[in-house]
Design a protein around this ligand. Structure first.
Ligand SMILES: O=c1ccn([C@H]2C[C@H](O)[C@@H](COP(=O)(O)O)O2)c(=O)[nH]1
Ligand SMILES: [Zn+2]
Length: 186
């Protein structure tokens, strides 16, 4: 080992002893934004599919968050969460604001041009129209469970046509545990 290498090793060791070496287990950006979308989804009262969305600008700043739910002041206890009721008016579909739409609406007039969307569910055709119109440039999703439905095929048709990229997020960390007590014990 050269004299230089020795000095370098000693310096690294002393940094370790001083406990000032950088933490290695921090969240990567994409996991962080997808986890934010997942956390947002936890707010949804939908008994079947909770969806969360998080929009991020080119500086990695979160500019908007949303989840699927009824419009403001339309009570979760009055409007129906039913999916296949015979009476069309009793189906949630007619009332729910989708997570991506809510995120776009929550962006507080900030421009979304060039932003990225992290969503727990691949966006439907209606959300895709809003995504295109608002200037979002790329989409990361987790579930594509309705891929065979024409609504979702229409999304892909539009996204392919306008060149908005979409890809399934592969997490670096498979599990992120939130334990409130961890903060107290730090
Ligand atoms: O782009 C989308 C598509 C769907 N959602 C919401 C709408 C509903 O609340 C659920 C889907 O319910 P299912 O019972 O699984 O059909 O997801 C959304 O937010 N964004
Ligand atoms: Zn939608």
């Amino acid at each position: 080992m050269s004299e230089n290498d020795k000095e370098l090793t000693e310096a690294t060791e002393s940094l370790k002893t001083l406990h000032i070496a950088k933490r290695q287990d921090y969240l990567q950006w994409d996991d962080y934004f997808m986890a934010t979308a997942i956390l947002s989804a936890k707010r949804s009262k939908d008994p079947v599919t909770q969806v969360g969305a998080c929009i991020v600008d080119k500086h990695n700043r979160i500019v908007a968050i949303g989840y699927n739910g009824f419009p403001r002041d339309c009570s979760d206890d009055i409007f129906p969460w039913t999916k296949n009721a015979d009476d069309a008016l009793e189906n949630k579909k007619l009332y729910v604001v989708h997570a991506e739409a809510n995120a776009i609406l929550n962006s507080n007039s900030t421009s979304l041009v060039g932003t990225r969307l992290y969503t727990t569910l691949f966006p439907c055709n209606e959300c895709t129209k809003l995504i295109i119109q608002s200037g979002i440039r790329s989409i990361f999703y987790i579930s594509d469970k309705y891929a065979e439905k024409s609504v979702y095929q229409a999304s892909k048709r539009m996204l392919n046509s306008v060149g908005i990229s979409y890809r399934q997020h592969v997490p670096v960390k498979k599990q992120i545990v939130i334990d409130f007590d961890d903060i107290l014990n730090e």
